[in-house]
Design a protein around this ligand. Structure first.
Ligand SMILES: [Mg+2]
Length: 161
């Protein structure tokens, strides 16, 4: 059966806001330069790629995620959720409906710093398969604990998927 998706936000989970202003990691060659890119931890790419899932961008970086973020993480170009929602629902994140549409009934995890109770409620009512809406602390970005939570969730999902 098809593997679950992991919908990945960039600002917050991969680019933490709590990081100092100076570059944390040496600049890498890329088609475009952006001061925030120095906050990307190149080691996150291998950690993400090792998860038993299909990685999908869900970020306002849109195609820039593949142009400038993925290469710095050593990730291949990934699919992208970029469809706007059919209609705006009060209190719902703009990504929530498009993610559920993209998932089309496949289990998914979503790592984002802006997930709210409204998103959880809406997903549980509109997505028939398992979903993990995992809120990441944007001050720290993805931590060891986040990777453990995600890996454990995918692992538990495996026998029934
Ligand atoms: Mg974010």
């Amino acid at each position: 059966m098809a593997r679950p998706f992991l919908f990945l936000d960039v600002d917050g989970p991969l680019i933490p806001f709590g990081a100092p202003d100076y570059p944390l990691f040496p600049p890498l060659p890329g088609p475009a330069d952006h001061p925030l890119l120095a906050r990307l931890d190149p080691a996150h790419g291998a950690r993400l790629a090792a998860l038993p899932c299909e990685l999908v961008w869900a970020t306002t970086w849109f195609t820039d995620a593949n142009d400038v973020v993925a290469p710095r993480l050593g990730l291949p170009p990934l699919p992208l959720v970029d469809e706007p929602a059919d209609s705006e629902i009060d209190g719902l994140h703009w990504k929530t409906q498009p993610l559920v549409t993209f998932a089309a009934g496949r289990p998914f995890a979503w790592a984002d710093d802006e997930i709210s109770a409204a998103d959880r409620t809406w997903v549980s009512a509109h997505h028939p398969a398992a979903a993990l809406l995992h809120r990441v602390d944007p001050r720290a970005g993805l931590t060891e604990a986040d990777f453990t939570t995600l890996a454990d969730w995918f692992e538990k999902l495996a026998p029934t998927s």
